[in-house]
Write a protein that binds this ligand. Structure first.
Ligand code: ZN
Length: 171
């Protein structure tokens, strides 16, 4: 977990407050959330988050649901595009020697009473983004597409680039 995560304090759950009944918490995350996290993918968005946490004998079961829209760079023209996202994530929280979050099991020391779910919420959103994402056909930024095509062409066929590549290899 990156250290910057501590800045997003409002996605904390106090484990001491939990009784026998499952607790459902709801948030809406937007631009400030994505800006605070140390990540380059999502620049903006509006995503509804539902977190359900159930206390068990020696652990907690957590299920996350996210649904909304994020702004991410288009694969084709690199300009911002809107992407609908919807996803679920199940997590287990258990006690252990030191803090560890492997994406499925969060291990916490016995004296840790507050859990920050900001990074888990982000991961759930990031996993819901399709691997390939582009503007609808014909709606890419035309100037940027032209520039990228030009660059692709020059870096594969231009003799000056070949020369540069040779020099780089020699060093
Ligand atoms: Zn595009």
């Amino acid at each position: 977990m990156p250290p910057s995560m501590s800045k997003v304090a409002s996605y904390n759950v106090n484990l001491l407050d939990l009784g026998a009944d499952a607790v459902t918490l709801e948030w809406q995350v937007g631009k400030p959330f994505f800006e605070t996290l140390d990540q380059d993918l999502v620049s903006d968005g509006l995503v509804d988050v539902t977190l359900r946490i159930q206390k068990k004998t020696a652990s907690y079961e957590v299920s996350l649901h996210i649904e909304g829209q994020v702004t991410i760079p288009c694969d084709r023209c690199l300009e911002p595009m809107q992407q609908d996202v919807s996803g679920d994530m199940d997590l287990k929280v258990q006690e252990g020697d030191e803090f560890c979050d492997d994406g499925q099991i969060i291990t916490i020391p016995a004296d840790m009473n507050t859990l920050d779910f900001a990074w888990n919420i982000y991961e759930c959103i990031a996993l819901a983004i399709p691997i390939s994402h582009t503007h609808p056909e014909g709606q890419c930024d035309s100037a940027m597409t032209a520039l990228l095509n030009e660059h692709t062409a020059s870096s594969t066929g231009d003799p000056r680039w070949e020369k540069l590549r040779e020099l780089t290899v020699d060093n």
